[in-house]
Each structure stands twice: as structure tokens, then as C-alpha cells.
Design a protein around this ligand. Structure first.
Ligand code: UD1
Ligand code: UDP
Length: 369
């Protein structure tokens, strides 16, 4: 009997991490992967569109938790997932990334003695004001197996006292999704569909509460984007949190008036077509910092810290203060932005390494039993 593996998918950045592992497990013959969608993200273009793009089946279970405060979201996911976990008793539970559903399912699984695997373990920004940092710390301490993307992940976990035999460096699985879909992404031609010329526009994504939730932080960013738009055409797929805040603070019209192309969030294939053809990205996203390093696209990250330091030390990512954004853009336009290299094991083959590690650990468990 193939072992049952629950894969938790909840929010936009999760789907690109779950899909390659789903496909590898489904093809293995040793495992039966089942997708549990918690419903943290629920709009078509924040969720279903990714299942279509990434060839994921309909979820086996949909928990429909939706939005809410942190406590409500974590609590509702725990209550709903516990029922599924008790009914199914999976052999393994894989949680990915650092969203509220990640920690909620890890906690639920750990309390039921279901072996928990954290994919994308060990990342640390050192900033506990970020909700994701709390989720990363708690998830890692609760997990039986920690799959890390880069050596800093291994080091952070070792420093926190996680035993070495729980940790396997598998590399960056998000880039497996890119490689799985590379030909179709290259055929997308998304810039032309938005009236943009390859290498002559910037793409913007912003959604971190520390940037968008307050007028005092969002307005200066809008003011900077107005200036940048005079130098370089900008396209900005607007996250629902950010759209709500731009509307609430009366800032949406200012960006429109500055000529910024404000569009709804785009699904994975067109988004990666836009990123791979861009002159630069301006972002506060975790995933985009990695994708731009992989594609050697300048990435200007509007944050004070990053949990993905290899994108700075090895890649094309730099942390930029809002007031320095225009200068940073000019550096790129002058051809003076440093290029980078791909970190070790960021090669589109991480899912295969996950599969091999899960086989090895399953055999060890059977032997112990
Ligand atoms: C969540 C994650 C964040 C991740 C981001 C990726 C947490 C704590 N945050 O942040 O780590 O980087 O997803 O995009 O888990 N909304 C919609 N439609 C949707 C989803 C959200 O309208 O499909 C709106 C709702 O008003 C919701 C708000 O966006 O209340 C925030 O959604 P939520 O999932 O709570 O947080 P994100 O900001 O999306
Ligand atoms: N993404 C997308 N369309 C968008 C914005 C993002 O397909 O309009 C993809 C992209 O692959 C990105 C990923 O979603 O790396 C992560 O999204 P997000 O920035 O929401 O989350 P984070 O990585 O910051 O947690």
C-alpha cells in the first residue's frame, strides 16, 4: 500500500511549492499524495488559477477557512484540519512556507503524532514583527523533518538546537515549478498583452503589512513609484490586501494618474512571463526575491531584512529603503546593477531530492517499527 502524504496548500506562494512535490510523489508509486486546501486564499486569481497553471488536481479536501485575524485563521485551520487528519491518519504531513495555515497544520499534526515535514525550513529574517517569522519558528520546532533550501537554513536550525538528522537540504522547490512550465512560460508573451516591451518595464508587487497596512508607510512608497514611473513603464499586479489599502487611503488614483499599469493579480505562467522579461522587479515578496535571482533579473526589495539572504549574497537582490528607490532604479538603468549566480541546489530538481529523502526516512521508520 502506498503511504499517504498530506500536502497543505493554503495561499498563493504555497501552490508553486506543493505542485512539483505532488507530481513527483504521484509518479513514484510509493506514495499517494493528497492535497488539502485550507482556503486561506480564495479568489480565483489567488488560488484556482494556480491549480490550473500548475496541473494540480482539485484538492482532496477543501477546508474553506477564508480570512480573519491571525488567531481566527490559525484556530479555524486547526479545527478544520484536525477532523481530516483524524479521519485519514496520513503517514506523512507536509507543510510548506510560512503562512498561517502552515503553522496551524504543523501544530495539529504534531499533537496527533503524525510525522510533520516542513518544506522551506530554516529561513529566518530575525524580525518577529513579521507574522511569518513567528510561523517559521513555531513550524520548525514542531517538525520531524526539515527540508531546507540553502545552507543558511541548516545553520539557523542548528543554532536553535534542531538535531542534524532531522535536516535535509533539498534546494529551492519553487524553481522546480518554473522548470516544469518553462516552455509554456516562454510562449506566454505576457508583456505584449499589456502593451509592454521586453526589458523596458519594471514589475511591482507589494503586500507586506509593514509596507501597505498604514498610510505612513504606503504613501511614501506610492510617491516613489510615481517618480520611478517617469523613468520606466511599470506594471503592478495588485494583491487584494494592497488594493483594499490603496482604496482606503485614496492612493489608487495617484498611481493610475502616474501611468502605472494597475492590474489584478496574474496567475503563475503570465506572472513569470512578466518577471522573466522585466528590466527589474520592485517587490516585498519572498518568492519574487528567489525567482529574480534564478533568472538574473535585478530585484529591488522594499524591506529592512530578508529571510532569504543568499538572494543578496549570491543573487541579484538588494534591500532598498523607500527613499533610495529612484536611485536604485537609475543604477539598473545605467547598467550598473550587479549580476548574480544561482545558489547551489536551485536547479529545478528539488522535488526529486524530497522524494528520495521521504523514501529513505520511510524505510528507517519501518525498520524501527
Ligand atoms: C498571506 C501570508 C503571507 C504571504 C501572502 C502571500 C500569513 C500571515 N500571511 O498574506 O505570508 O506572503 O499571503 O500572498 O499567512 N484577500 C482576498 N482574497 C484572497 C486572499 C486574501 O480578498 O483570495 C484579502 C482579504 O481581505 C484578506 C486579506 O487579503 O483579509 C489578507 O489575506 P491573508 O491571507 O490574511 O494575508 P495576506 O496578506 O494575503
Ligand atoms: N505570483 C503570481 N502572480 C502575482 C504575484 C505573485 O503568480 O500576481 C507568484 C510568484 O511566483 C511569487 C509567488 O506568487 O513568487 C509568491 O507570491 P507572494 O508574493 O504573494 O508571497 P510571498 O512569497 O511573499 O509569501
Amino acid at each position: 500500500m502506498p503511504a499517504i502524504v498530506h500536502l497543505i496548500a493554503a495561499a498563493r506562494p504555497n501552490f508553486m511549492k506543493v505542485a512539483p512535490l505532488y507530481h513527483a510523489l504521484a509518479a513514484s508509486g510509493d506514495f499517494t499524495p493528497k492535497v488539502i486546501h485550507t482556503g486561506q486564499h480564495y479568489d480565483f486569481n489567488m488560488s484556482d488559477a494556480f491549480f490550473v497553471d500548475l496541473g494540480l488536481p482539485e484538492p482532496d479536501y477543501h477546508l474553506n477557512v477564508g480570512g480573519g485575524s491571525h488567531a481566527e485563521q490559525v484556530g479555524n485551520v486547526m479545527i478544520a484540519y484536525e477532523k481530516v487528519a483524524l479521519a485519514e491518519r496520513p503517514d506523512w504531513l507536509v507543510v510548506v512556507g510560512d503562512v498561517n495555515s502552515t503553522v496551524a497544520c504543523a501544530m495539529t499534526g504534531a499533537k496527533l503524532w503524525i510525522p510533520v515535514v516542513h518544506l522551506e525550513a530554516g529561513l529566518r529574517s530575525g524580525d518577529r514583527r513579521m507574522p511569518e517569522e513567528i510561523n517559521r519558528l513555531a513550524t520548525d520546532v514542531l517538525s520531524d523533518v526539515l527540508w531546507t533550501p540553502s545552507p543558511d537554513g541548516d545553520e539557523n536550525l542548528a543554532r536553535e538546537g534542531i538535531p542534524a538528522d532531522r535536516i535535509t537540504r533539498v534546494g529551492n522547490i519553487m524553481l522546480d515549478s518554473y522548470e516544469l512550465l518553462r516552455e509554456r512560460i516562454e510562449a506566454e508573451n505576457a508583456p505584449a498583452q499589456h502593451g509592454l516591451t521586453p526589458k523596458n518595464y519594471g514589475i511591482v508587487t507589494l503586500h507586506r503589512p509593514s509596507n501597505v497596512d498604514r498610510m505612513e508607510t504606503l504613501e511614501p512608497l506610492v510617491a516613489q513609484l510615481e517618480k520611478v514611473a517617469k523613468q520606466l513603464p511599470l506594471i503592478f499586479p495588485v494583491h487584494p490586501r494592497t488594493r483594499n489599502k490603496l482604496n482606503e487611503f485614496g492612493l489608487f488614483g495617484r498611481l493610475e494618474a502616474a501611468g502605472v499599469k494597475l492590474v489584478d493579480p496574474v496567475s503563475y505562467r503570465p506572472f513569470m512571463s512578466l518577471v522573466s522579461n522585466a528590466r527589474l522587479c520592485i517587490t516585498d515578496s519572498g518568492g519574487v526575491q528567489e525567482e529574480t535571482t534564478y533568472l538574473d533579473i535585478p530585484c529591488l526589495t522594499l524591506r529592512e531584512n530578508t529571510e532569504r539572504p543568499v538572494t543578496v549574497t549570491e543573487g541579484t537582490n538588494r534591500l532598498v529603503k523607500p527613499e533610495d528607490l529612484l536611485t536604485a532604479v537609475e543604477t539598473v538603468l545605467d547598467g550598473k546593477w550587479p549580476s548574480g549566480r544561482r545558489p547551489d541546489l536551485w536547479d529545478g530538481k528539488a522535488a526529486q531530492r524530497c522524494l528520495e529523502d521521504l523514501r529513505r526516512r520511510s524505510a528507517l521508520r519501518q525498520a524501527a517499527e
